[in-house]
Write a protein that binds this ligand. Structure first.
Ligand code: THU
Length: 129
């Protein structure tokens, strides 16, 4: 049980800096790391479309590059869609940085209501070396 509303508010704020001129689909994410710090990210697209990075991975990589190794919760927001869920690639990246308790909570918003789900619901039997 974390401050889900704060995480969602920070994801919403992050969605405002989305660089998405090609899809026009803005996404923002926030990540609560084990240290207690919250990192944010947005999707960043590119003229070479495959170079695009999702908001979730942007935020997770910011956290990891600052020394974090465990994420506790990820909030995701798009002004363009309700219940904006993480893509498969982002699920796998979240799986890599689960804590010892193997629980990452994922927060989305649907018609103003927060939804909290576990990463294990999104990605059962994930891959890790
Ligand atoms: N996108 C994300 O940022 N996160 C996801 O989990 C799914 C997709 C972005 C990528 C692209 O910039 C836009 O949404 C449309 O696919």
């Amino acid at each position: 049980m974390y401050d889900y509303k704060l995480l969602m508010d920070m994801a919403k704020e992050a969605s405002k800096t989305s660089y998405s001129p090609f899809s026009r689909f803005a996404v923002g994410a926030s990540v609560l790391a084990r240290s207690g710090k919250i990192y944010t990210g947005c999707n960043v697209e590119n003229s070479s479309f495959g170079m695009t990075i999702c908001a979730e991975r942007c935020a997770i990589f910011k956290a990891v590059s600052e020394g974090e190794r465990e994420i506790l919760a990820v909030a995701i927001y798009s002004p363009n869609a309700d219940d904006c869920n993480p893509c498969g690639a982002c699920r796998q990246v979240m799986y890599e940085f689960q804590g010892d308790d193997n629980v990452v909570e994922i927060i989305t918003e649907n018609m103003g209501e927060l939804i909290v789900r576990k990463l294990s619901e999104y990605l059962p039997y994930g891959f890790k070396i």
